[in-house]
Design a protein around this ligand. Structure first.
Ligand code: ADE
Ligand code: ZN
Length: 337
């Protein structure tokens, strides 16, 4: 049986996207030159050629290295501006964007520099492209909770620019429970919560993210399917999973796209969404993810539309905003091709 045609530019939300993971080699070299910083690669091609990862940790090593050239508010603005332009061309109507402040403050770049540059791009894209977006501040889980608390201190001056806190970086050995206090504080400040869990780590980490961090969504969560009780909980409570198929193959969570469990998730009734994670490193933006996974798993037209609708439903938009975007998906699907 031939697969249903995949939709390019289907209106959708992107809910799992690290802004530092959109740092394309061309922009890395441009900013390195502008800021007079040397990088240990001779060319854009040589840098791209190094994008072969054995696992999450081997990717993170290069990811944190590349960030070293980001220094000024203008740099952070351009990084986000590039992503938002690309996202708009991909049919993204709303983006909820992670950033990793500790990866910058640890190098002497101030929290204000990072957030003000990113936020300027967020505001511009709403005005210029009609693409709404929100910022999610992630804590690096391989650092201490005290370090996360200091980051939370810096964030208190900028709470109106942030919708939620998240948890990322090296998962195994750094369970969600380690960050219980700082997440409680973020919630007391009025922020929502999400966390990476069940990417490389066990289903227990997903349970902890739900119970200890009170998350609204699980980022990745692909290993949840190993635990039937967890699957039951996720479906009954409609906890969305922000799944990143190309990332999972590039970081060897699955050997190949045809092995991915996204279709199983949909069959089980889990609110799954498709996202790009770190598109500059993993070989594709959100449409590439959707198109390639739909082909690999033979997803029907209805399943592709379901994924787009799930992304809107799982977002932190208001009911009225969600209704407007859902209507745009319907209009897109009904338009003659
Ligand atoms: N930071 C950037 N990408 C990540 C991923 N896939 N998992 C955990 N932390 C990350
Ligand atoms: Zn991620």
């Amino acid at each position: 049986m031939t697969a249903a045609p995949t939709f390019a530019r289907l209106p959708k939300a992107e809910l799992h996207l690290h802004i530092e993971g959109t740092f394309e080699p061309e922009l890395i070299f441009k900013l390195a030159q502008r800021n007079n910083i040397s990088i240990p690669f001779e060319s854009v091609e040589a840098l791209r050629g190094a994008y072969n990862f054995a696992d999450l940790q081997s990717f993170l090593y290069l990811y944190y290295q590349a960030m070293n050239v980001l220094r000024t508010e203008q740099d952070f603005f351009e990084l986000a501006e590039h992503y938002l332009q690309k996202a708009q061309a991909d049919g993204v109507v709303h983006a909820e964007i992670f950033f990793d402040p500790q990866a910058h403050t640890s190098r002497g770049v101030s929290f204000d520099t990072v957030i003000n540059g990113l936020y300027q791009a967020v505001k511009n894209s709403e005005k210029n492209y009609g693409l709404t977006s929100r910022l999610i501040m992630c804590f690096l889980r391989d650092l201490s909770e005290d370090d996360a608390m200091e980051t939370m201190d810096s964030a208190t001056r900028h709470l109106e620019k942030i919708i939620a806190v998240g948890l990322d970086s090296a998962e195994v050995g750094n369970p969600p429970s380690k960050f219980k206090n700082v997440f409680a504080r973020a919630m007391a400040e009025g922020l929502l919560t999400v966390a990476h869990a069940g990417e490389e780590g066990p289903p227990d980490y997903v349970w902890e993210a739900l119970s200890d961090l009170k998350v609204s969504r699980i980022d990745h969560g692909v290993r949840s399917l190993e635990d039937p009780a967890l699957v039951k909980h996720l479906t009954e409570h409609k906890v969305p999973l922000t799944v990143c198929p190309l990332s999972n193959v590039k970081l060897r969570v699955f050997d190949k796209l045809t092995d991915h469990n996204l279709k199983q998730m949909l069959d089980l009734g889990i609110v799954a969404t498709v996202n790009s994670d770190d598109p500059a490193y993993f070989g594709g933006y959100v449409d590439d993810n959707l198109i390639q996974v739909a082909e690999a798993l033979n997803l029907s037209k209805a399943e592709q539309i379901k994924l787009a609708k799930n992304s809107i439903e799982a977002s932190f938009l208001t009911h009225a905003e969600k209704a407007a975007y859902l209507a745009r998906i319907d209009a897109f699907c009904q338009a003659p091709t």
